[in-house]
Write a protein that binds this ligand. Structure first.
Ligand code: CA
Length: 236
């Protein structure tokens, strides 16, 4: 019998359903794609009316709310939502970066306030923090991805190589996480840029190659293979 030399374990927290209220399609699909690739279910609406009625439906765990919506201001959605006693966690995601806007957002009942342009990994961290606080406080479920001799702890965001824990800077960890969530898949540089660096990067840069180099040094040279002309693959 052939012994398999790898093992792959994913222990996931319950999947959360996130409502995205965003009228700019480029941004909403960027958020949606990113959240889906991290196991979340998403629904997107492009106006305040739909955002409010769906938020009241009890089907969601979190609302990501743009303020500049075409029919009404997002702040009014928030005010109505809180006025009706809804406890749904809300992260405002907006281009308005004035201190007074932030204060009115938070005073109006938002749990968090984030400004555009933004990095996906920061939004993801904030989403996780919100869901952790509200929904999963009592959960002690492990959240570990493991391939070969390398494990990633998604809560502490540390990697373990041959039983030794190592710290990875945030961007490197997110890149590693992306590979570990898609073992054996060929991921193009573009996909990796979208997932790890967000839409706010220089398209001509070789940043992906540089960071893959960092990961190889830290996690092992053979773990991530180059697929010529396409991108990279985590060897399963
Ligand atoms: Ca908008």
């Amino acid at each position: 019998m052939r012994l398999r030399t790898y093992y792959f374990v994913i222990c996931r927290l319950p999947m959360a359903h996130i409502l995205i209220a965003e009228d700019e399609q480029r941004i909403s699909s960027f958020i949606e794609k990113g959240l889906k690739s991290h196991g979340y279910t998403t629904t997107t609406v492009g106006d305040a009316h739909a955002a409010l009625s769906l938020s009241m439906s009890d089907s969601f765990d979190l609302l990501i709310l743009d303020l500049g919506l075409p029919d009404r201001d997002g702040l009014e959605v928030l005010t109505d939502l809180r006025g009706q006693g809804a406890k749904l966690p809300v992260i405002i995601l907006t281009a308005r970066d004035d201190l007074k806007d932030k204060i009115s957002g938070l005073n109006g009942g938002a749990d968090d306030y984030m400004t555009k342009p933004f990095r996906f990994e920061e939004l993801l961290a904030r989403v996780r923090a919100r869901l952790r606080t509200v929904t999963y406080t009592s959960s002690t479920a492990p959240l570990t991805l493991m391939i070969h001799n390398v494990a990633l702890d998604l809560r502490t965001r540390k990697a373990k190589v041959n039983d030794e824990w190592i710290e990875l800077p945030s961007r490197e960890f997110t890149l590693a996480e992306t590979f570990f969530q898609h073992p054996d898949h060929v991921l193009s540089r573009q996909q990796l840029l979208d997932r790890v660096w967000g839409y706010d990067y220089d398209p001509g840069s070789n940043i992906v190659d540089v960071y893959v180099g960092y990961l190889r040094k830290k996690l092992g040279n053979d773990l991530i293979q180059t697929v010529r002309g396409v991108g990279y693959r985590l060897k399963e």
